[in-house]
Design a protein around this ligand. Structure first.
Ligand SMILES: C[S@@+](CC[C@H](N)C(=O)[O-])C[C@H]1O[C@@H](n2cnc3c(N)ncnc32)[C@H](O)[C@@H]1O
Ligand code: SF4
Ligand code: SF4
Length: 326
C-alpha cells in the first residue's frame, strides 16, 4: 500500500463549463481548438470512488461539477454513505430550482463559491458568470443551513473592495477566503495582486499544508513529491483514471506518466480503487519519483514538486480570522 496521508480525492466530474476564466487550463484548450479529454463521471464509477475515499472533493481541472448530469445523485450518495463532500462552483448557468434541489440533497455538503470580487464585478475574471445570481445561491445555501465559503481571488480590479466584501461576509456570517494567485493570464487587463492586511493570516503554500517539514528535508533526491510527502489529495481525472494529484490530469503525454493513463488502470476495468493504487504501474511510478533524476521525470512533477519549500507558491491562500468564520 502506498502511504497516502489521507484518503481524499479531488474529482474532475466532466468536461463542461460555461465560463472562460483566463487562468483556467480549459480556456487555453478552447483557445487552441483542443478537445477537452474525457467524459462525465458515471454513478457506477462514483460508487467505486466513494467506497475507497473518506472525503470527496468536486473541484477538478477543466470542468465545473454542476454540469455533470448525475451530480445531485452524487450528493445523495455521499449523504447516504456519510462521506464529507466539498464542491467548488463558479459557473452560474443552472436554474435556481436546480440549486435548491442540490442544496436539499445533502445538507452536510460544503460549497465553495468562486466569486472574485463584489458580485457585480466578479465576471471581470469569471467571464460569462452572473455573479449576483451566484452570490444569491450562496446565500440561499447558507440560509438553508449549509456550510459555505466565499472564495475571492485577488485581482487589480477587486483589491479595493476587500473591506467591503468582508463587511458583507460579516453581515451574513459567511466564511470568506482571499486567494493570491500566481497564474499567468491571456487577458492583458488582469493582474494578480497581493493583500497586505492585518485582518488576514497566511495559511501556507498550496500542497505544503499540514506536513512535517523535517520529513521533507530528509527526503533524498531532487524531487519532493507532494503526493507522498504532504496531505495533497489524490485525483480522479475525467479520462476515467485515478492519479496521484490533479496536476497530473493534464500530463498524460509526459514521460513516465503514460502508464497511469493506461486502459488497464481505467476505473471501468478495475473492481476497486484499491486495485488501481496498489497496481505494479503505481508502485513503479513512485519508485521512479524516488529514484530518477529530475531530467527523467515528468515536467509537471519537476515544475510543481522540485522547488524549495519557501519558493514554492502556486496559489497562496489567506483566510479571514475567526470573526468571519461560522
Ligand atoms: C478548474 S476550477 C474547477 C471548479 C470551478 N469551476 C471553479 O472555478 O471554482 C479549479 C480551481 O481553480 C481555481 N481557480 C480558477 N482560476 C484561478 C486562478 N487564476 N488562480 C487560482 N485559482 C484559480 C478555481 O476557483 C477552482 O478552485
Ligand atoms: S469556472 Fe472553473 S472550470 Fe470553468 S473556466 Fe473558470 S476555472 Fe475553469
Ligand atoms: S506533480 Fe508529480 S510529484 Fe508532484 S504531487 Fe503530482 S504526481 Fe506527485
Amino acid at each position: 500500500m502506498i502511504p497516502f496521508n489521507a484518503r481524499r480525492v479531488n474529482i474532475d466530474a466532466g468536461t463542461r463549463c460555461t465560463l472562460q476564466c483566463p487562468g483556467c487550463i480549459r480556456t487555453r484548450f478552447v483557445r487552441d481548438n483542443k478537445r477537452i479529454p474525457g467524459k462525465d463521471l458515471t454513478v457506477e464509477q462514483f460508487k467505486k470512488i466513494v467506497d475507497y475515499f473518506d472525503e470527496i472533493g468536486f473541484c477538478g481541472t477543466w470542468s465545473d461539477p454542476i454540469f455533470n448530469k448525475n451530480f445531485i445523485q452524487f450528493l445523495k450518495i455521499c449523504k447516504y454513505k456519510n462521506k464529507p463532500v466539498e464542491i467548488s462552483n463558479a459557473a452560474s448557468h443552472k436554474p435556481i430550482e436546480w440549486y435548491e434541489e442540490a442544496f436539499a440533497a445533502n445538507k452536510n455538503a460544503y460549497w465553495v463559491f468562486g466569486i472574485d470580487g463584489l458580485p457585480e464585478e466578479s465576471h471581470k475574471y469569471r467571464k460569462n458568470q452572473d455573479g449576483v445570481k451566484l452570490f444569491n445561491m450562496m446565500l440561499s445555501a447558507k440560509y438553508s443551513g449549509l456550510k459555505v465559503l466565499w472564495q475571492y481571488i485577488l485581482f487589480n480590479y477587486n483589491i479595493h473592495n476587500v473591506e467591503e466584501a468582508k463587511k458583507i461576509a460579516n453581515f451574513h456570517k459567511l466564511e470568506i477566503m482571499f486567494v493570491e494567485s500566481y497564474r499567468p493570464y491571456i487577458d492583458p487587463e488582469l493582474e494578480n495582486v497581493k493583500l497586505d492586511d492585518k485582518h488576514t493570516k497566511f495559511e501556507g503554500n498550496m500542497g505544503w499544508n499540514n506536513i512535517d517539514v523535517e520529513v521533507v528535508k530528509r527526503f533524498k533526491g531532487g524531487l519532493k513529491p507532494k503526493c507522498l510527502l504532504s496531505d495533497r489529495d489524490l485525483s480522479y481525472s475525467s479520462t476515467g483514471h485515478i492519479l496521484p494529484c490533479c496536476w497530473a490530469n493534464v500530463a498524460m503525454d509526459e514521460k513516465q506518466m503514460g502508464p497511469l493513463f493506461s486502459d488497464k488502470l481505467h476505473i471501468d476495468n478495475n473492481n476497486t480503487v484499491d486495485d488501481i493504487v496498489t497496481s505494479d504501474e503505481w508502485k513503479d511510478f513512485f519508485f521512479k519519483l524516488k529514484t530518477y533524476s529530475l531530467d527523467e521525470l515528468p515536467d509537471t512533477c519537476v515544475e510543481n514538486c522540485s522547488k524549495s519549500l519557501q519558493n514554492n507558491h502556486c496559489c497562496n491562500k489567506i483566510i479571514n480570522d475567526e470573526r468571519w468564520q461560522n
